[in-house]
Design a binder for this molecule. Structure first.
Ligand code: XMP
Length: 513
């Protein structure tokens, strides 16, 4: 909790995380609260402004969410977006009409430039609409400050009380002037101080960790080498270097050179007392003969927990387990919408803290992924490490379709190295959310020299995405594909054919298993 930020009451719009991101981009802390949060929770944030978000409901719906009515009595600048505007209008005795056909898509906005909210915003630009209900008459103290061809009241304002409503979504990129509007509201109207950055957050997080661990025992962390756990490790090492032990379990399903690079960074460079467990035989032994993807995941999760518990039991007086939980996961669990399918449904080690009777330490729970990366740089992690693509917990096991064996792991590791090195060398890596190779359990006929071959197929996948929940295939230049493909078949024996995956998510997933 950081005082002076912006509190967003979340009524369930799919765009709500974007509001928080946009506001944080301007250096102001922003947090989502459930739309019906009690007044005390709102006040607990000591906010400098309040945003009532959009949402899929109608204000007249039987179980549509409403804020604690006392919220409207607060002397705070307020901005209602879409459903939030309708709530504001309804509460202040305006007229909201339901039953309209949903309006969805872009509209030209004719706004007045004389007030604060649209300062610097030329009329006639595009705004993004997504609503069913609409405000038909603004409350007495308000004026209409924007309209569209089909919507007479597209924005309203009561500047004396610093209350505003907009029917469109300023947080999405399709609203051309959206960032400017949010800046006007947050920085000019609410005068929130832009004090949110990763330098101050890092200092504060170190203090918080020290406070939380005061008089407590030691803390451990499952370090995977991925961005989130690496940043947690760097943070804990700075906060409590003598009481922190990261545990790295090599499951034998990692990329080429992964273990060496984790050891080099954390043990050699940072000087952490890194505990490295070689679990290759345990994992590969347990996976022998198993082909079902869910089964593979379960086995890997189980073996991980067994090895982790054993390693932890060798460390004295452990009271805390640190985890790299991020803000999007927190939002999912507090929102009244309830949990929906997210990346974290893949978490393979859920339940670990309860089982081990440890307290959880989640120092990144206020951060978005891009902020975690920035924090990692602040804490001195190598840039290449914080800019890495996500890598699944079950590792290459879900990229070798069917049974996993050492020979196939070797093939896939070599292919993966060629692919990723190429992307890095040609500056493509950072344009891509995630890139990897999949080894298919089929053989196809080929020719090599005068010989007929009957070898394996590799599928290459590269996707763009902002959060992994939806994804598009990366439009890779065919010249690059040609060079990567011939490099693979020439240098990795056993592979004679390369294909490129052009599926989106949905309906596909990013991984193949
Ligand atoms: P999918 O394949 O579901 O993946 O589109 C979305 C994101 O999650 C990663 N992923 C996993 N991460 N354990 C993990 O830790 C898993 O079992 C798992 N499966 C998928 C995937 O790499 C992508 O970033």
């Amino acid at each position: 909790m950081i005082p002076g930020g912006v509190a967003v009451l979340d009524f369930g719009s799919q765009y709500n995380q974007l509001i928080a991101r946009r506001i944080r981009e301007m250096g102001v802390y922003c947090e989502l609260l459930p739309g019906n949060a009690p007044l005390s929770d709102v006040l607990g944030m000591e906010p400098s402004a309040l945003i009532l978000s959009g949402g899929p409901s109608s204000v007249y719906g039987d179980d549509s969410p409403h804020p604690d009515p006392a919220v409207f009595d607060l002397d705070l600048p307020m901005l209602g977006i879409c459903y939030g505007m309708q709530l504001l209008a309804l509460h202040e005795n305006g007229v909201v009409e339901g039953g309209h056909e949903r309006e969805y898509g872009p509209a030209r906005l004719y706004n007045s430039m004389s007030g604060d909210l649209f300062r610097g915003i030329e009329p006639g630009q595009q705004a993004w609409m997504s609503h069913g209900d609409r405000v038909m008459r603004v409350p007495a103290s308000y004026g209409v400050i924007a309209s569209t061809d089909s919507l007479p009241i597209a924005a309203m304002a009561d500047p004396g009380r610093k209350r505003y409503g907009v029917q469109f979504h300023p947080e999405v990129n399709h609203t051309e002037f959206g960032r400017q509007l949010l800046r006007n509201f947050v920085l000019e109207i609410a005068e929130a101080a832009p004090e949110w950055n990763m330098k101050t957050f890092g200092r504060r997080a170190v203090e918080m960790v020290r406070r939380e661990l005061a008089g407590q025992g030691n803390v451990i962390l499952g370090l995977s080498g991925g961005v989130d756990s690496s940043v947690v490790a760097a943070l804990l090492h700075r906060a409590v270097p003598d009481r922190f032990t990261p545990i790295f379990i090599d499951n034998g399903l990692l990329r080429m050179g992964e273990r060496e690079s984790v050891v080099e960074t954390f043990r050699d460079h940072f000087g952490m007392p890194l505990k490295v467990i070689d679990g290759t035989e345990d994992f590969l032994g347990a996976l022998r003969g198993v082909t079902d993807p869910e089964q593979k995941r379960k086995i890997i999760g189980r073996v991980f927990i067994e090895l982790f518990e054993k390693a932890a039991s060798e460390i004295d007086n452990v009271t805390h387990l640190a985890q790299g939980t991020l803000y999007p996961d927190v939002i999912e669990s507090v929102s009244f919408r309830g949990p929906s399918a997210t990346i974290k449904s893949h978490h393979n080690v859920g339940g670990l803290p309860e089982r081990m009777d440890l307290k959880l330490l989640e120092p990144l729970r206020e951060l978005f992924k891009d902020e975690v990366r920035e924090l990692g740089m602040e804490l001195g992690l190598p840039e290449r490490m914080v800019a890495r693509h996500p890598f699944p917990g079950p590792g290459l096991a879900v990229r070798i379709l069917g049974e996993v064996n050492p020979a196939d792991l070797d093939v896939l590791r070599r292919v993966d190295r060629i692919f990723i090195d190429y992307l890095l060398e040609y500056g493509l890596y950072d344009e891509i959310w995630q890139a990897f190779a999949v080894l298919l359990p089929v053989r196809t006929v080929g020719v090599m020299g005068d010989e007929r071959t009957y070898d394996r197929v590799i599928a290459l996948r590269a996707v763009t995405s902002t959060d992994g929940m939806t994804a598009d295939w990366y439009r890779m230049d065919p010249e690059h594909l040609a060079r990567i493909s011939s490099s693979i078949v020439n240098r990795v024996s056993g592979v004679s054919r390369v294909v490129y995956d052009v599926s989106t998510k949905p309906p596909g997933t990013i991984e193949w298993e």
